[in-house]
Design a binder for this molecule. Structure first.
Ligand code: ADP
Length: 255
């Protein structure tokens, strides 16, 4: 991904739930290697935007492009396979599985061995399994959790579970990483650690679109911000520019 080139582009994207326009004619361009934050009051449409990009819901209108290809209309797993990975507001891990096994789930859509081959333990499927283990360990190592790889997810602290989820999103080396409130529920130490991991990711060239309420974290991570209110984009720019915009101040104060 080229730095500064459009990577993910939303054009005229709208989503209605019954009579409610949750997202209203949204235009958004995420540029290569940037960290782009979506902010706005509760109910302003931020999570819906991520759900539309990742294929959780169909769009009511508009298009979503990943580089040169249109991805809206594809099933969610195909969108993931095209290079969009995400984490969720509420951690979604298989609790009884180990951290390593959870991270390996992030590679399932990239399997080449056949179902039958797996059942019979063919050499090709064993090689693939081994390769997946190595890649998952590398991802866990990147987030600083390699020593906990064999622990059941349920036994890990909240902040560590978030990092496992992040590693699962990273393991397939996505073109764009979507993060839905990654710092939610983390204490100060965990938040500082998460910020360090995300900044390291960014410096390696990963493109990130995140929703985050913690403005201190946003300020230290995001290159640009888009502010939503009532499903509409009301401001966009650097953190400094956006935070002195009267429309933005009004949206937050009116909360
Ligand atoms: P935010 O993430 O900014 O808090 P959301 O995207 O979650 O906002 O929600 C935007 C609006 O859409 C809210 O009014 C919410 O109640 C509504 N909404 C979101 N998802 C659904 C859904 N699946 N069905 C009905 N209404 C929804």
């Amino acid at each position: 991904v080229t730095a500064g080139a459009p990577v993910l582009t939303l054009e005229g994207v709208s989503k209605s739930f019954g009579g409610l326009k949750a997202v209203d004619d949204m235009n958004l361009t995420v540029l290569g290697q940037e960290a782009h934050a979506l902010v706005g009051p509760n109910g302003s449409g931020k999570t819906t935007v991520l759900n539309l990009i990742s294929g959780v819901y169909p769009l009511s209108s508009g298009t979503v492009m990943l580089q040169e290809s249109r991805i809206n209309g594809l099933p969610a797993d195909r969108i993931t396979a095209r290079g969009i990975a995400r984490t969720f507001q509420n951690i979604r891990l298989c609790k009884e599985m180990t951290a390593l096994e959870n991270v390996m789930l992030g590679l399932h859509r990239h399997r080449r061995a056949t179902f039958l081959g797996n059942m019979l333990g063919s050499p090709a499927s064993r090689r693939e399994q081994r390769d997946f283990e190595i890649r998952a360990m590398e991802a866990l190592n990147f987030v600083g959790l390699s020593e906990l790889a064999l622990r059941p997810a349920v036994s890990l602290a909240h902040g560590q579970q978030r990092l496992v989820e992040l590693a699962r999103a990273l393991v397939a080396e996505p073109t764009v990483l979507l993060l839905d409130e990654p710092a939610a529920g983390l204490n100060d130490t965990e938040t500082a650690n998460l910020l360090a991991v995300l900044n390291r990711l960014k410096s390696q060239g990963t493109t990130i679109l995140l929703i985050e309420h913690d403005m201190a974290l946003v300020t230290k991570l995001a290159d640009r911000l888009t502010v939503l209110n009532f499903g509409r984009k009301i401001a966009q720019g650097s953190v400094e520019e956006v935070l002195k915009d009267p429309l933005v101040l009004e949206a937050f104060l009116g909360q």
